[in-house]
Design a protein around this ligand. Structure first.
Ligand code: FMN
Length: 205
């Protein structure tokens, strides 16, 4: 079992990082391997809608997106955490996720997703919903917890006082491990569900 973690905070030792420590502790205890990509202060270009990825493997822009694509293809679970900016995810993280999910073109079915939003006070539910959208358009089951995964704090370290948020992160991580293991058994026993040819329609035809 292997989990890819995407930390969408610019801050090295921010509250998102602290929340992730709870997740990785549980993964370590369960002997699930993980690797963490950190956005930091990287400038991530948004999608150009150039269509390159329709005809070529990967994204036309050469940056972390193309390095993350094989890691996304290989993982059993994906954790995304974002600080909340104006009641939504960090724009640079969204730029990366749009391009990664659009261009990676790998089979994401039954990889387990878990998203967390970290804020001073408001916008975590909207951000949580926003991040879960990347999972639910890709047939990825979601590991849930005992709340709509959030953590609270403004200055780095303040999340330490949010015992409920940190506990919820551990609960989600344990549920994620259980789901990944159950899905691995299910794949062996039943195989993945039969795919149908994709139908693409929109509202003007
Ligand atoms: C540009 C900007 C916008 C923010 N918008 C919000 C917001 O809408 N709601 C909120 O509660 N906190 C907001 N915050 C505070 C951060 O979400 C908070 O400091 C969080 O702990 C940052 O996570 P990090 O330490 O992992 O970077 C904002 C911070 C910045 C820099």
């Amino acid at each position: 079992m292997h989990v890819l973690i995407l930390n969408g905070s610019p801050r090295k030792q921010g509250n998102s990082q602290r929340l992730l420590q709870e997740v990785t502790r549980v993964l370590d205890e369960a002997q699930v391997t993980w690797e963490c990509w950190h956005l930091g202060t990287k400038a991530v270009q948004g999608c150009l809608a150039c269509g390159y990825c329709h005809t070529h493997p990967g994204c036309a822009l050469q940056d972390d997106v193309n390095e993350l694509a094989p890691k996304l293809a290989a993982c059993d679970g994906l954790v995304i955490v974002s600080p909340v900016y104006y009641a939504s995810a960090n724009g640079s993280l969204v730029a990366l996720l749009d391009r990664l999910f659009y261009s990676a073109r790998c089979d994401l079915r039954m990889k387990v997703g878990a998203a967390f939003a970290v804020a001073r006070r408001g916008g975590t539910s909207a951000t949580f919903d926003q991040l879960n959208k990347y999972f639910t358009i890709n047939q990825m089951p979601i590991a849930s917890g005992r709340y709509w995964n959030n953590g609270f704090g403004r200055e780095p370290g303040q999340i330490e006082q949010d015992a409920e948020g940190l506990q919820n992160a551990r609960v989600v991580a344990r549920n994620m491990v259980f789901l990944m293991r159950s899905i691995a058994l299910g794949k062996q026993t039943y195989g993945l569900p039969d795919p149908e040819p994709v139908q693409m329609t929109h509202f003007i035809r």
